[in-house]
Write a protein that binds this ligand. Sequence first.
Ligand code: SAM
Length: 272
Amino acid sequence: MYVVATPIGNLQDITLRALAVLRAVDVVAAEDTRHTAQLLSAHGINARLMAAHEHNEARAAAQIVDRLAAGEQVAFVSDAGTPGISDPGARLVAQVRAAGHPVVPVPGPSAMAAAMSVAGFADTAFHFVGFLPPKRGARQSRLQALAAAPEALVFYEAPHRVQESIDDMAAVLGAARELVIARELTKRFEQIVRLPLGEAGAWLRADDNHLRGEFVLVVAGAPPPEGLDPAAERVLALLLDELPVKSAARLAAAICGAPRNALYARALELKR
Ligand code: SAM
């Protein structure tokens, strides 16, 4: 079974290999057969289609396994981008592999990679979050859990929730953090802006069009924690040779005027 990436907007964004595979297979399993029929027809491909979406994934997987067992070749596509990235596919892949058939990726577009490629953050490490929970409490807890991560955070968001998600990001991650809003990538009204989280709400409200379409949000990683004064660290290390962690941290703080919590955390690290 081939797992094939398809365009995220611009129908030209499909690889030569993907087209060849979609043309050659016996059946194309698609998240939405009507949507995929349009893509195939734009490229002059006349394939047999079957539905394989979130709600019938297990049944569709069983049918696909039967076809593969009969010697057929199958391609699986989602509506846009790479299957399995905030999209169905994982269960299908697992079932096909468990039945002993090879699963072959045919890579191509993904909104996450497209957004990172134009975000312009110097550090290439990033944490792909996908969609945040729709309810505010759960969303804020998730953001809280991500707040200290040093890597850029990559979110998918729907137009009707983008405003409240960005408000929560500014509140939990801090207004000063840089945000890249990548809207309608590869489409006619593509827009990529970079601004501090604290200014993003006003930007969204400035124009109704800013709230339309599909969004990837990339937030810069947390700034590194302020380092300890090297002199305080030396005193701490000396005291730790003679004293328990808590006393060493307290005395080092008193001697050097450095923050006790930071010294305590460092003392624990040194002890380990
Ligand atoms: N599997 C897809 C991929 O590889 O990117 C993602 C599918 S997910 C169901 C759909 C979400 O991806 C959208 O809500 C949006 O956050 C993001 N997305 C998809 N196409 C996009 C585009 N052209 N511009 C910006 N974001 C896009």
